[in-house]
Design a protein around this ligand. Sequence first.
Ligand SMILES: *Cc1c(COP(=O)(O)O)cnc(C)c1O
Length: 359
Amino acid sequence: MSDALQLVRPDLRDFAGYASARRANVSGSVWLNANESPQPSLADAQGVLHRYPEPQPAELRARLAKLYGLDIEQMMVTRGSDEGIDLLVRAFCRAGIDAVLIAPPCFGMYAVSARIQNAPLVEVPLLDVDGTWTLDVAAIIAAVSERQVRLVFLCAPANPTGQALPLATTRALAQALDGRAVLVIDEAYIEYSSQDSACTLLGEFPGLVVLRTLSKAHALAGARIGAVAAAPALIAVLRNLSAPYPVPQPSARVALAALSDLALTEARLRCALAIAERMRVHAALQQSGLVRQVYASDANFLLVRFADSKAAFERLIAAGVVVRDMGAMPGLADALRITIGTREENELLLAALEGTATP
Ligand SMILES: *Cc1c(COP(=O)(O)O)cnc(C)c1O
């Protein structure tokens, strides 16, 4: 048993999950085993949705594995990263006992999933040193050895703070936590970053997990397609915990189309454009008298501190521009998170801030 499997909840180690009709390893031409309708719906133009979908759509899984440089057994397709986060917390955390560690300010879903599972939450805040966000690596390692931490969630690049996580830091953490806690690197924004993916480290560390998603750079937030990448033994555990048919067939179909060579080229162009616009908006915001600080970002958004963030937020709303108020997050009372839009949208944002926009 690898170290990572020893961290799985003892009561789940032998759990085989739901034996769905699609999982049964049988073949035939007359399908009478899943209580499906034999006729398709009028609403289903392709006439395929009366059947349950593949639990793990094979073609999509193979294509994603290739894109991320993984073996097929090293990954599973999920209903967005949200499902991956939830499965991980359920697999590793006994309610009331095994803790989840986060480095706030960070993405809210880690704490939400921990809360739903009643897993204790251990917080090791990011350090804001001279306007640069950094991980307190020593404090994370200390917390894992002092508390019953089973899962460490890090976001690279981070949301909402924007900084990249050097691969060397991920490697050092994976080494230090090996056999003690599972290290999860959430790479929702990696396509906008100059950093390499932590997927390149998976072969070395059985307790490392990487989350990827088609929601951002691949422009498919509405389709709800994500991926969990990890050692095959761990993927097998997570698959047994997942819903019988987590990936709707229409979503799998559109995701596969979004991974064609042409669509991937387009996605790279969109990313390049977002990065160019990010640099332009960053520079423009820094010139604004309303702005206190713009943090460096490796993602498709900027975290910005304002002299009066509430006034800035209201001014933007009045012009019809909706950004994310980070005021409720510890340490970000004066901050807004601004997604990079199209060039025209960014122009509207900047004009609205300077009060020259007409709604
Ligand atoms: C947007 C985002 C995701 C994506 O979640 P999906 O469920 O795949 O849409 C994951 N992690 C972080 C940090 C994000 O900001």
